[in-house]
Design a protein around this ligand. Structure first.
Ligand SMILES: O=C1O[C@H](COP(=O)(O)O)[C@@H](O)[C@H](O)[C@H]1O
Length: 224
């Protein structure tokens, strides 16, 4: 793992957006297409704003979330709504969204349909992940019901997930898919998350600290 420390969040968000832009542009120039996975939650909005005006061939980029809360887009907890409002705007409006939510009571109802939509866009070109103070990443939470399944070497692309720390059912990429990305970034801010990162490194046990599974080979970006 490589850790980059920034002076402040603004500097970090701009730097991450520039790095992702360069990684997508490189893939586009080599293969003509690219897939970007991003987190939801409270952290990545400014990265989305910066990426949305990046001058790349968005028409050949597929964009998806690494995880989604099983709530409709009208909910303020919808990661899809955040993605649409902040990333799929301006130049990035030309990108193709690979949905991780469809109207249905549970993620299991739509799992096959949503998995089919992402399969041909894998492996990921760039995977940007967040991390909670409980050391979850994507929606792979400590004590989650399908935690072991999410770390299996032959795990499916997508899993439903329920956990004590998650107020609603979730759907998440498996660790296999997150780790399979050509470029992996984790964005965290503040002292609480910095302490959680250090705890995850010390534990080095995905069952207690899920983020530890994706740290090898990843770049962790931190700002106070
Ligand atoms: O619930 C989630 O939490 C994590 C971390 O979110 P943050 O608000 O602490 O930045 C996020 O990475 C994930 O995508 C989201 O669904």
């Amino acid at each position: 793992m490589t850790l980059i420390e920034y002076h402040n969040k603004d500097e970090m968000m701009q730097a991450i957006a520039s790095q992702i832009k360069a990684e997508l542009a490189e893939a586009l120039s080599k293969t003509g297409s690219a897939t970007l996975a991003v987190p939801g939650g409270t952290t990545p909005g400014p990265i989305f704003d910066a990426l949305s005006v990046a001058d790349i061939d968005w028409g050949n980029v597929a964009v998806m979330l690494g995880d989604e809360r099983w709530v409709p887009e009208s909910s303020e907890r919808s990661n899809t709504a955040l993605l649409k409002a902040r990333l799929l705007q301006n130049k990035a409006a030309a990108a193709t969204l690979l949905p991780l939510y469809a109207e249905a009571p549970t993620p299991e109802d739509k799992l096959d349909e949503l998995s089919a939509g992402i399969e041909k866009h894998l492996p990921l070109t760039v995977c940007l992940m967040g991390m909670g103070a409980d050391m979850h990443t994507a929606s792979i939470f400590p004590e989650a019901d399908l935690l072991a399944e999410a770390f299996a070497p032959d795990a499916p692309e997508l899993l439903p997930m329920r956990a004590p720390g998650a107020p609603e059912p979730r759907i998440t990429l498996s660790a296999r898919v997150l780790k399979g990305a050509a470029n992996r970034h984790i964005v965290i801010a503040g002292d609480e998350k910095r302490a959680a990162l250090e705890r995850a490194q010390t534990l080095d046990d995905p069952m207690q600290a899920p983020v530890s599974a994706v740290l090898p080979g990843a770049t962790v970006h931190w700002a106070p």
